[in-house]
Ligand binder design. Structure first.
Ligand code: WQD
Length: 342
């Protein structure tokens, strides 16, 4: 039987690289596209090293519809995983048009071409940010979304709604939105990982850069929340597990096992960890001490959010498996690889 091909947009990015590896390991062919706006060609080399072979790659900006059209003309795929997007929450507040333009125009191009070329399956990278400050925890897929507090979050909500409407309206058009919690870690090979540009916004890259001596001190944003140790609670999901959730979702789409034309799944571990707990686990797992201090709350942070993963467990047959200590060792191994630290 011929292998199914999956188009991976933003495939040079953090989650895109890990998912590309997982797809190929699961027997899929991939066509990866990226414009390297927030990634490096070395990411593709890392993927190829892990896999021990070349992958099909095209340098394409998904906002350039004619360039994208050529990809649709050249390759026969039934499914796209659409990762390509900007993702800095703070920047989206100061530059909303940049976010709406890039994240929604690229997405519209993809959806229009999927329809035009009769390619049925769209897998969209959504985010737990759509739940905002939920009243009941853990959150299920039925937990009401809350008004977005950033243009970035709003692009995720709008994109979910567009996908739902397309699936309702068009024949042979199917969508899955995966709502990621907090993706962390790296492939155990340390050949791929997150490559934040400038000062990292996210916790784990800030931790690893502090451990590497690039940042002097990690600021813990608030220890006066109504949580057991006063710091925020999050659901940290290993990026390798997250990548496997994409494979499970693609399997479900291509084998015609979807129960609705548009489905949503939470992708997390189901277990919350506080910011301080994560720091302590990082120190222990890697046998080092981190320089950190308690600082003021960061505007826009929710005190706690974690996933009810029952639906993904039952319907996708997927479950987070990686141990958080292994995850944090992999995160540090990657930082050391990038910095050339022995
Ligand atoms: C986690 C916790 C911080 C940095 C965001 C987006 C989400 C998703 C992932 C991305 C919070 C605390 C952080 C630091 C700290 N999207 N923290 N010091 O905010 O849960 O989610 O990233 O593509 O949509 O909203 O993740 O890693 O920024 O923060 O104390 O230097 O760590 O306050 O409690 P967040 P995060």
């Amino acid at each position: 039987m011929a292998k199914e091909t999956v188009l991976v947009s933003g495939g040079a990015g953090y989650i895109g690289t890990h998912t590309t590896v997982a797809l190929v390991e699961a027997g899929y062919d991939v066509v990866v596209i990226d414009n390297f706006s927030n990634s490096e060609p070395s990411a593709i080399e890392g993927v190829e090293k892990i896999l021990g072979r070349k992958i099909t790659f095209e340098e394409v900006d998904t906002c350039d519809k004619e360039a994208l059209r050529k990809v649709f003309e050249r390759y026969d795929f039934s499914t796209i995983i659409h990762f390509a997007a900007y993702k800095a929450v703070g920047e989206s507040v100061s530059e909303p048009l940049k976010y709406y333009q890039n994240n929604l125009v690229s997405y519209m191009n993809i959806l229009e071409l999927m329809k035009e070329f009769k390619r049925p399956n769209v897998l969209f990278s959504s985010s737990a940010t759509v739940y905002g400050n939920a009243e009941v925890l853990p959150v299920t897929e039925q937990t009401p979304r809350q008004p977005a507090t950033s243009p970035y979050g709003n692009t995720k909500q709008i994109a979910e709604d567009i996908l739902r409407d397309c699936c309702n309206a068009y024949e042979n058009f199917y969508g899955i939105a995966l709502r990621y919690f907090n993706p962390v870690g790296s492939h155990p090979s340390a050949l791929i990982g997150e490559l934040p540009r400038g000062v990292p916004n996210n916790l784990v890259p800030f931790i690893t850069q502090t451990a590497a001596g690039i940042r002097e001190c990690l600021a813990v944003f608030g220890n006066d929340y109504d949580t057991p140790d006063g710091t925020c609670l999050r659901d940290f999901i290993d990026v390798v597990d997250l990548a496997k959730a994409h494979v499970a979702a693609v399997n479900r789409m291509v084998s015609g096992k979807m129960k609705e034309k548009y489905e949503i799944f939470n992708v997390g571990t189901g277990t919350p960890l506080s910011v301080l707990e994560l720091i302590t686990r990082f120190e222990k797992a890697n046998n080092l001490k981190l320089n950190y201090k308690i600082a003021a709350r960061r505007q826009g942070d929710v005190p706690a959010v974690w996933a009810d993963t029952t639906l993904a467990n039952n319907e996708l047959g997927w479950k987070a498996e990686r141990d958080i200590d292994d995850t944090l060792r992999a995160a540090w191994a990657w930082e050391k690889h990038v910095r050339g630290i022995k």
